[in-house]
Write a new protein. Structure first.
Length: 377
């Protein structure tokens, strides 16, 4: 099998699975229990928090574990709006955000909030100037992702943070960094965002665990789940100890070779772009700068047919975000591409395990598809 869909999820290394198994079978106590087995489990949670917090370069108490990136996004939005409830009911976001941001924002718009959705240009670029033009005294929240999961576009989060500081805006800045976590060599807290959402399964960790960074401007954040008081009283519920341990192990493995991994993925992306765009009719989509995501289109050839054909040959790639489950992508729609170009969009995404030979095999399969299948009229 050739796996070229790392933006959807990533393989779990044996070391991560072994760490989770150890915790499941040896440290299985409830972290809230006061006897030794419970205290051991609590120590595992504390250690995991320290490891992930170090990767973000924040204090452990600024990091709260969640069940996934979607939960982190939803919590960030609700916490920011609750704190700024006296500032106003204006939200700024972008048309290329993940649905985990766009859908709660749309629901809030139905409940009386005013929503400004910034549109990208045809290369998928959103600028800080667009945020500046949309900013108002009653803006309570700006939510802008770091790396787009379909295009690989890197958004100007740090520039927007500086803009908000410079204008003395009370708006809080949230960034969905699920695709950006450990895909840069600098800690994400250097971006200056007030809230940062991350997830384990994009870096070789298990599914079912994410985290939310709460910056210093978050004063007495509103609890997501009232209850027994776990996660500093902000997200009650028994901690997913094994998943947290797996998250921490994945972070350690990734950080141990961070420069090499980023360089390898960037070289893979450049090579894949050269090989794929050499195929007649294949063109680059977007202006992605992230090292692990490449979006192209084979104009006139429906992407779903390509994905199914290559999948039958053991080559896994995507027609866009896995979260759309076959529905048209709002991200691609926002680019206003010609119909046949939009219908032929394919996403290739890479990990540390991806090889140049696998890129060659995928390009050869794409050539065969073009030569043997009929394009849409």
């Amino acid at each position: 099998m050739i796996y070229l869909d790392h933006a959807a999820t990533t393989p779990v290394p044996r070391a991560v699975a072994d760490e989770m198994y150890r915790v499941l079978t040896e440290e299985y106590g409830n972290p809230s229990s006061q006897y030794p087995l419970g205290r051991q489990a609590a120590a595992e949670v504390a250690r995991g928090r320290q490891v992930v917090a170090r990767a973000l370069d924040c204090a452990p108490e600024q990091l709260r574990f969640t069940s996934c990136g979607t939960e982190s996004d939803n919590w960030a939005i609700s916490a920011a709006l609750h704190q700024n409830r006296h500032v106003g009911k204006h939200i700024i976001t972008t048309a290329i955000e993940h649905s985990a941001v766009l859908e709660p924002c749309r629901r809030l718009a139905q409940e009386g909030y005013e929503l400004t959705v910034l549109q990208p240009n045809r290369r998928g670029i959103i600028t800080a100037e667009q945020v500046a033009q949309a900013l108002r005294p009653d803006t309570a929240l700006v939510s802008m992702m770091l790396v787009n999961n379909e295009l690989g576009t890197v958004c100007p989060v740090a520039e927007v943070a500086g803009l908000l500081r410079g204008s003395k805006s009370r708006a809080l800045l949230h960034t969905d960094a699920v695709q950006g976590f450990l895909k840069t060599e600098f800690p994400l807290t250097e971006l200056g965002a007030d809230l940062i959402s991350i997830s384990a399964h994009k870096i070789g960790g298990p599914k079912g665990v994410g985290a939310l960074y709460l910056g210093q401007r978050l004063r007495n954040p509103r609890p997501l789940l009232p209850g027994g008081g776990q996660e500093g009283g902000l997200r009650s519920g028994t901690e997913a100890t094994a998943q947290i341990a797996g998250f921490a192990k994945a972070v350690e493995l990734w950080q141990a070779e961070l420069p090499q991994r980023l360089d390898h993925m960037a070289r893979l992306r450049r090579y894949a772009q050269e090989q794929l765009t050499a195929i007649p009719g294949v063109q680059l989509v977007g202006d992605g700068a992230a090292p692990h995501v490449l979006c192209v289109s084979m104009e006139g050839y429906p992407s779903q047919n390509v994905v199914e054909d290559l999948g039958a040959q053991g080559i896994c790639l995507s027609a866009g975000s896995a979260c759309h489950k076959g529905r048209p992508s709002h991200v691609i729609s926002a680019l206003n591409l010609p119909k046949k170009v939009a219908a032929g969009v394919l996403r290739f995404s890479f990990g540390p395990e991806t090889t140049f030979e696998e890129i060659d095999a995928a390009a050869a399969a794409l050539r065969r598809h073009r030569e043997t299948r009929f394009p849409m009229l």
